[in-house]
Design a binder for this molecule. Sequence first.
Ligand SMILES: [Zn+2]
Length: 227
Amino acid sequence: MRKEVPRVTSIRRLSRIFKKIHEERDRKNGRTGTKRGKENERRLVASFEQYQGTLPSWFFAIYPATQEEDESGADAVIDTQDVGRLYLQVKSSQSGVRKFYKRRRKKMIGVIVISDKQSNDDIVHVALSILESLRAKLLERRTASLEEEGKMATCKTCNGAGVNETGNNNLPCDDCPAGDTALFNIAEVEGLVTGAEVRRHFLNSSPEPITFRWPPIHAEDLPGRKK
Ligand SMILES: [Zn+2]
């Protein structure tokens, strides 16, 4: 016996039905994709929080990107001592990485692929090596542009990083302009301060000294800093 098949009244109606099915499927895929992406972003930051090894001295902090930073392609923000902020975008697959590099706008964004199989330490090691190479490129570029302006041959004291590592302390370099803009962690201050601010407030000969205090003052409240 022939089975009753519902009559399709028109091609137009049929294509509407298919369109609905496809939309629903895309919506579901999109949603699981985003959910997994968010989880990997959290995992990246959490891996650093749980990391017991030694982090390089230029590494200050990692935190999740703000909505605005997210829109410009960053999932995590990394504060560094000498090259300012670096950004990481988290992907779950290599194909995502290729797509990202094709339309990347900012040069200080690196891409990290995170899979479920990786341990937290693996993730930190991979992230650090990506950040190292971003940092090296930025230092190189900065040195090149300073040389172009004739301001400086590469500084022998700090290698262009702006930080004079004395062994005991990291001090702002006094021998080149990068010393003013390098960033530092100071116990008395919440947030990062520039080399120029270190000289102004926190060295023995500082003209406007800020003495140790608790709770720390916020970097935004340093005298002379723009609000
Ligand atoms: Zn220097």
